[in-house]
Every structure is written in structure tokens, then in C-alpha cells.
Design a protein around this ligand. Structure first.
Ligand SMILES: C[S@@+](CC[C@H](N)C(=O)[O-])C[C@H]1O[C@@H](n2cnc3c(N)ncnc32)[C@H](O)[C@@H]1O
Length: 275
């Protein structure tokens, strides 16, 4: 058996104590250590020595550090984002916001102006700009570190002319209307248990929103109606058990909410449109 394949097997065994996705983690770390993509690693593993840095990466992962912080990147929808300490690692569940937007704008030219509230490394906005080449947008975040990743990602993906960012507290002082509003705010209740490594490594301001997890929605609720264009869509991520309380907060001034499911079939977003 090739040394590389054996090392991935060994690492997957070691990581199974700390991670539910041990084999995937080991493959991603090896692919990164070899500077090849994971498909190539799986389909034709190279015959060479195991890079030394692979084992230090495995050690970091075994202590709970997210794979994306170790490799410095994470795929989201159709783009690759650079991420690291200080930003939330994009989650596949958030792709429901993008899929819902595609469905909403099907058969049209798509949104012209897109707003991403709590943009982090640019996750939702940059995915949207990749889908609709004529669109431009604004990403707002309260974290300077997150916006540094946003700027670097926008540049690397060639979107710097279409993707602007602003340091701010949600949409405070923003006077513009957008055809598409994407928002994945923090929605975890303070003190709630999260998966291994999440609260130890990922930033509190990206995760927690007060005692009930609803604080960010309370601020966003009065802002959304003035920001959404006629015929537009605001797609807001929620926790799987928050559809009812967040609907009560966000359905106001003529906005109507419909829940959308994640890959596991649980409520994961509210889709707001004008009645
Ligand atoms: C759950 S993360 C989402 C990151 C990214 N949009 C994604 O979907 O992966 C929430 C983001 O909201 C930002 N945030 C928290 N409080 C904020 C506020 N008051 N105003 C603007 N952004 C805020 C955090 O810094 C973080 O980047």
C-alpha cells in the first residue's frame, strides 16, 4: 500500500476520537499538505513520502481546530473562500439561502443589487455574485477581521468592482433598497452546547445572540422592510427550532415569511417577500 494512503488511514483512525468526519478531515488535510485536490488524492494518490506538515495538521485537528482554519480555505456553493481564525467557517446548511434565491429569481435576469448582512468572509454575497454576473452588492459586518477576509476573497475571485464592504452594526444608517438580501446572523443561545471545537475556535460574535438566540433578529426586524425592493427576496438563516419565534419578529410592515429546509429536512431559513 502507498505511504500516502496508509497515512490517511492512520490519521482517520486517530481523528475518529475527536471528529465525526474523520476520514473526510484526513483526506482534506492530506490533499492540502500535497497541494492537490481531494478528488486527485482519492482517484490517484501520488507515490511519494508523506509531507511532514501533514502530521502537524492532524495534531491540530485532533485538538478540535476546524479543518478550514488549518487548510485556510472552505468550499461554499460554487466558490472557494479563504478563511481563518476570526471568521465563521461557512456551513453547507447556509447553501439553502442561495438555492432559495436562485428559485426566487428563476426566469428573470436575477437580482441587480444584493445585500449580505453579517457577511463574514463574504460567503453569501460572493456566491451570489458568482451566480449573477451582472449583480453587484454590499457586505456588512461588525468584525474587522471578517472584513479583511471579505476583501481578500473578493479580490481573489475577481469581484472587487462588484463587491463592496462596510464595517457596521447590521443595516444601521443604510439607505438603499436591494433585490436580494441574504443574512446569516448569529442565532445560538448563550451557553448552548455546540459541536466539538466550535465555541473554542470560532468567534463568539458569529455564533451567539443573547439568552434565547434571538437578539440579532430583533434588531434586523425593523430594518428589513425599508431595505427590500418590490419583488425582492430576503433570505434569513435560522436555527432549526426558531421558525415560529423568528416569523413572529420578521413578519411586519407587509413582509410575509415562508420556511425553507436544509439538507436534513429541518427548517433552516425564512424567505421574506412582500405580501
Ligand atoms: C453566523 S456568521 C455568518 C457568516 C457568513 N455570512 C456565513 O454565512 O457563513 C454571523 C456574522 O454576523 C456578524 N455580526 C455579528 N453581529 C453583527 C452586527 N451587529 N452587525 C453586523 N454583523 C454582525 C459576525 O461577525 C459574523 O461574521
Amino acid at each position: 500500500m502507498k505511504a500516502i494512503v496508509r497515512a490517511v488511514d492512520d490519521a482517520a483512525r486517530q481523528l475518529s476520537i475527536a471528529s465525526d468526519t474523520a476520514r473526510l478531515d484526513a483526506e482534506l488535510l492530506m490533499a492540502e499538505a500535497l497541494h492537490i485536490d481531494r478528488d486527485k488524492l482519492i482517484l490517484s494518490p501520488p507515490s511519494r513520502e508523506v509531507p511532514k506538515r501533514f502530521w502537524s495538521m492532524v495534531k491540530r485537528r485532533s485538538k478540535g481546530e476546524p479543518v478550514a482554519y488549518i487548510t485556510g480555505r472552505r468550499a461554499f456553493w460554487n466558490i472557494d473562500l479563504h478563511v481563518g481564525p476570526g471568521v465563521l467557517v461557512p456551513r453547507p446548511d447556509s447553501e439553502v439561502l442561495v438555492a432559495s434565491a436562485i428559485e426566487h429569481f428563476e426566469g428573470t435576469e436575477g437580482p441587480k443589487r444584493v445585500l449580505d448582512l453579517g457577511t463574514g468572509p463574504g460567503t453569501l454575497l460572493l456566491a451570489a455574485l458568482d451566480i449573477w454576473p451582472k449583480a453587484s452588492g454590499l457586505g456588512i459586518d461588525v468584525s474587522r477581521r471578517a472584513l479583511a477576509y471579505f476583501a481578500a476573497n473578493a479580490r481573489r475571485l475577481g469581484f472587487e468592482d462588484r463587491a463592496k464592504f462596510k464595517l457596521g452594526d447590521w443595516a444601521e444608517n443604510l439607505i438603499e433598497q436591494f433585490d436580494l438580501i441574504l443574512c446569516n446572523p448569529p442565532y445560538v443561545a448563550e451557553g448552548a452546547e455546540l459541536g466539538p471545537g466550535v465555541s473554542e475556535y470560532e468567534p463568539d460574535e458569529a455564533l451567539f445572540a443573547g439568552e434565547t438566540g434571538l437578539d440579532a433578529y430583533r434588531v434586523l426586524a425593523p430594518q428589513l422592510p425599508r431595505l427590500l425592493s418590490p419583488g425582492g427576496l430576503a433570505a434569513v438563516e435560522i436555527g432549526y427550532d426558531q421558525a415560529m419565534p423568528v416569523t413572529q419578529l420578521l413578519e411586519r410592515d407587509g413582509l410575509m415569511a415562508k420556511a425553507a429546509n436544509d439538507l436534513a429536512g429541518r427548517d433552516r431559513a425564512l424567505l421574506l417577500t412582500w405580501v
